[in-house]
Design a protein around this ligand. Structure first.
Ligand SMILES: Cc1cc2nc3c(=O)[nH]c(=O)nc-3n(C[C@H](O)[C@H](O)[C@H](O)COP(=O)(O)OP(=O)(O)OC[C@H]3O[C@@H](n4cnc5c(N)ncnc54)[C@H](O)[C@@H]3O)c2cc1C
Length: 453
């Protein structure tokens, strides 16, 4: 906590401003789900901002960044803090810029683009959009809590990606305005391909303040689970649904046993020893889906309507990175990786991993469309952690057999996946934050042009 900095910021923002210094509040606002990683846990647990501020307008953000720039104070942006590898944990103290109060949905345009502030929660946007005949194209399994700005700053894709790809694909993010850390800070607009300079840059090269996010026409969805005797059976069935454009789907997930045994609240959808497939299918196709499961030798164990983020059970709560959470609840020795398998060679890749690591790696597949329109087996395998060396061996082996890995056990962009090989995020940082004050330490290829205090 830094009382002098807090007093100065109260001066910048005026009476009644939202400048927070309570140690417990600072600790909470300085952390996310970094503890998912046994490697990051000890490195980040004691990292805190000195002061948190909660701006309510772009003008206030401009004023805070102007002050921070003049006094060489680091600024780390925070949405809802659901990132899972310490993306919003300040490594060098300074100001935590909490955008949760900037949560307005300005409009949904007639062609289905949501125009909103960054702190708007994705769940709130999904609910409001569905009332107006639209829905999110894709969302993380942290839908209810996560913010639109945080998703663009630190996320990649999720439920819906099997049809619409990741955030970076298919013009899903139309445009945004951001505040730079130049001298003086200013508001700039990025649209079209220039959004890639800022997307998934962890708030290191600008603060998103206004976002144009493309939606899809709303569909009446059915959530369904099916069990199969073996993992290959469940995998092939789900892949056939995911890859066939005739099926309208939002989610296509497969778990090998014993992962389903971790899902205690939906135990009735699982069967001892069996692999589980979990899907969202257009309700108009629910009957055909049941017949397809039967024909493939499986059994439908649950089928029910999706009625928005408050649906119970909400099956997406068991998918994407929530799967890891259930595994860790069952046994804290579990952790995870973020992988991309080959659409054509994946069965051989599964075999090689099983041969080398046995049950240390448990398969959890999330089908998603890539930028070329091909549906590929993305994966968030559950991994039994022993040592960092063993984890690194696993990562190196995955890469050697053609399985891509976005490493969630590092706290910098370059190895965490989504760092652009054309370096456009780095070039934007050099342009917009030459003093290296935005979330310092998270883009390690950047060399700052002035020293942080
Ligand atoms: C259980 C669990 C499941 C998850 N599932 C998924 C998933 O399915 N898909 C997925 O992609 N992710 C997933 N995540 C990660 C995370 O929940 C999402 O990426 C989420 O969208 C992050 O939003 P947030 O508001 O919590 O962002 P935060 O964690 O607050 O921030 C994320 C990053 O973005 C930056 N940032 C925040 N706001 C802004 C802004 N306005 N301008 C610039 N930078 C900003 C932050 O500095 C930080 O670096 C999961 C995490 C957990 C713990």
């Amino acid at each position: 906590m830094d009382q002098h900095l807090a007093a100065e910021l109260c001066g910048v923002l005026g009476e009644g401003s939202r400048v927070l210094t309570e140690p417990a509040v600072l600790d909470r606002l300085s952390h996310d789900f970094y503890w998912y990683s046994p490697v990051l846990r000890p490195l980040l647990v004691n990292k805190n901002g000195d002061v948190a501020v909660q701006p309510v307008s772009t003008d206030e953000i401009l004023a805070v960044l102007h002050y921070a720039g003049e006094h060489h104070v680091p600024v780390t942006v925070r949405g809802a803090g659901t990132g899972n590898y310490g993306q919003c944990v300040p490594l060098h103290g300074g100001i935590v810029l909490d955008l949760s109060l900037m949560d307005k949905l300005e409009e949904i345009t007639p062609d289905g683009v949501a125009v909103c502030q960054p702190g708007l929660r994705l769940g709130a946007l999904e609910t409001e959009a569905r009332k107006r005949g639209w829905e999110l194209r894709m969302y993380p399994s942290t839908l209810v809590k996560a913010s639109v700005g945080g998703f663009l700053g630190g996320g990649s894709g999720g439920i819906g990606s099997v049809a619409h790809g990741a955030l970076r694909d298919f013009d899903n993010v139309r445009a945004f305005e951001l505040v730079t850390m130049e001298d003086p800070p200013r508001v700039v607009r990025h649209e079209g391909s220039s959004v890639h300079e800022i997307l998934h840059a962890w708030g290191t090269n600008g603060v998103l303040t206004r976002i144009w996010f493309a939606l899809a026409p709303a569909v009446e969805w059915t959530q369904a689970t099916a069990v199969f005797d073996t993992y290959p059976q469940a995998f092939r069935f789900t892949q056939s649904i995911a890859a066939d454009p005739a099926w309208t789907k939002r989610l296509a997930t497969v778990f090998e046993w014993p992962i389903p045994s971790f899902f205690t609240p939906i135990r009735e959808t699982t069967r001892e020893g069996k692999a589980l497939a979990l899907l969202m299918i257009a309700s108009a196709q629910a009957e055909d889906f049941g017949a397809a499961v039967k024909a493939a030798g499986g059994e439908v164990t649950f089928s029910g309507p999706y009625e928005g983020p408050r649906t119970r059970p909400l099956l997406s709560d068991y998918t994407w990175n929530h799967t890891t959470l259930w595994a860790m609840k069952a046994d804290p020795a579990y952790t995870y990786l973020q992988c991309g398998f080959s659409a054509t060679e994946c069965e051989e890749q599964f075999r090689l991993l099983r041969e080398r690591y046995g049950q240390e790696v448990l398969f959890h597949i999330e089908f998603m469309k890539n930028g070329d329109g091909q549906v590929i087996p993305g994966a968030i395998p559950v991994v039994r952690f022993s040592t960092e060396e063993r984890l690194n061996d696993m990562i190196a082996y995955c890469r050697a057999i053609g399985v891509s890995v976005a490493n969630p056990h590092v706290n910098y962009l370059e190895d965490g996946g989504r760092f652009r090989p054309d370096h456009v995020q780095l070039l934007a940082k050099q342009r917009y934050d030459p003093r290296g004050l935005l979330n310092p330490g998270k883009m390690i290829s950047f060399r700052k042009q002035a020293v942080i205090r």
